[in-house]
Design a protein around this ligand. Structure first.
Ligand SMILES: [Mn+2]
Length: 429
């Protein structure tokens, strides 16, 4: 006998995904078909098809505490189908659903919340001592929660050799003052738990049971910034009691980033963009492709050209509603463009000069090599974060900048300045 679990991270029922084209209806799709409700249906289909022993939900099942009614119908349907098939449904609440999830658990038969009072609670799954395992979890007692009492797990676990799976929504590696259940990964790794299934980080990072505790990630992307594979996870306990974790495709939507060379763009913009999007879709693993109904691509146009202004014009003139492909029930669309076109300039020659152009050219050469002066990177990051803060205050979606993004923006700004300096030099008598 062995035991199989299907686990999901942040689902956020009640939210519709952002970054979708507004002509979805022309392709017989609605935002709801591409969001958490559709992903949950797929989770149930997979759980039934695989005959798993339990479905585990790691918090933020519901987007907001006022989304009771949006969440009730889909959760009731899902839990009823699972429970009728003899599959246990175990959840912990997160910061988003700390008060609504206990109400939903009371309203839906067979739905079980672990550690509703903030204490650890254990549930055996499968036959004890015959291929089963133990799930230990703890919910957010309220919208905020103090540090996770990891040490208590060792004290309350019953003695036995079954593997232990931990289910938790917590602020990973945050300082002790975080109001969202802060916990250190190193402390989680030391606990007598063989595998942690964690929310709320939407970027999935779950890995091998022996590796550092990682996040399950969002089940399906909630905005265009959530790129790459999302989905559910399968936990299998083998005869020897060893746990293995693998991905399970359930997301109806995926966002990716593709690149188009500026030369191809100038030759035939629409064809070049659609070819890149199509190649992205073809490159997906068949298993990842199977649950998908839409794939949205951010198209980055990159490369050097003698006439950057013309290339930018070509890009501006593209009509997004024409950039769609529908193939075998999968809609491919362009979500946004990023322009990283640079002028074809002999940087080496300019860098030999001692004028401002030379200084700028040397700086750009450094950026190309990945050699970024610390002070420049710090200043750029501070400015970008300031812009992001103001955008957030204006109601725009949050954005973050990794090191690569900071360098890309510095590079774009540098080339744009270089272009202007060159143009002004040509203009001067
Ligand atoms: Mn979340």
């Amino acid at each position: 006998m062995t035991t199989t679990l299907l686990a999901i991270g942040d689902l956020h029922l009640g939210r519709l995904p952002g970054g979708l084209p507004d002509d979805l209806a022309d392709h017989d799709l609605a935002p709801r078909d591409l969001g958490p409700v559709a992903a949950l249906e797929r989770v149930v289909d997979e759980a039934l098809a695989r005959g798993v022993d339990a479905v585990l939900l790691a918090g933020d099942v519901v987007d907001q505490d006022n989304a009771f009614f949006e969440a009730l119908g889909p959760l009731e349907r899902a839990v009823t189908r699972l429970v009728e098939a003899g599959i246990a449904v175990l959840a912990v609440s997160g910061n988003h659903d700390a008060t609504v999830l206990p109400r939903l658990v009371r309203a839906v038969d067979g739905f079980r919340l672990l550690g509703a009072d903030g204490g650890w609670e254990t549930v055996p799954v499968g036959a004890p001592d015959a291929g089963g395992l133990l799930v230990v979890g703890r919910s957010f007692p309220d919208r905020t929660a103090g540090p996770v009492p990891v040490d208590e797990i060792a004290r309350m676990l019953p003695p036995g050799e079954r593997p232990v799976v931990g289910l938790l929504h917590a602020d990973l590696d945050a300082g002790p003052k975080s109001p969202y259940a802060p916990v250190l990964r190193t402390d989680l790794a030391r606990a007598p738990v063989d595998l942690w299934l964690l929310g709320p980080i939407h970027q999935p990072s779950a890995g091998l049971p022996d590796g550092p505790p990682g996040s399950l990630g969002s089940v399906t992307p909630l905005d265009a910034g959530e790129r790459g594979a999302r989905g559910a996870w399968i936990v299998e306990r083998d005869e020897a009691g060893v746990l293995a974790l693998s991905r399970l495709a359930v997301a109806p939507l995926r966002f990716e980033q593709v690149e188009v060379d500026v030369a191809a763009l100038v030759d035939g913009a629409e064809d070049a963009v659609l070819a890149a999007v199509q190649a992205c879709a073809s490159g997906l693993e068949p298993a990842a492709r199977e649950s998908l109904r839409a794939l949205g691509c951010r198209v980055v146009v990159r490369g050097a050209t003698g006439d950057p202004a013309r290339a930018r014009r070509v890009l501006d003139e593209l009509q997004p509603e024409r950039l769609r492909l529908a193939r075998d029930g999968l809609l491919l669309f362009v979500e946004s463009f990023a322009c990283e076109i640079v002028p074809a300039i002999d940087l080496e020659r300019l860098a030999a000069g001692h004028d401002p152009l030379g200084v700028l050219a040397r700086c750009l050469q450094g950026l190309e090599r990945g050699d970024v002066p610390e002070a420049l990177a710090t200043d750029a990051r501070r400015l970008l974060e300031d812009v992001a803060r103001r955008a957030r205050a204006a109601g725009l979606p949050p954005c973050t900048f990794d090191d690569g993004e900071v360098v890309a923006r510095l590079r774009a700004a540098g080339f744009s300045l270089l272009e202007k300096l060159l143009a002004s030099r040509e203009d001067s008598p």
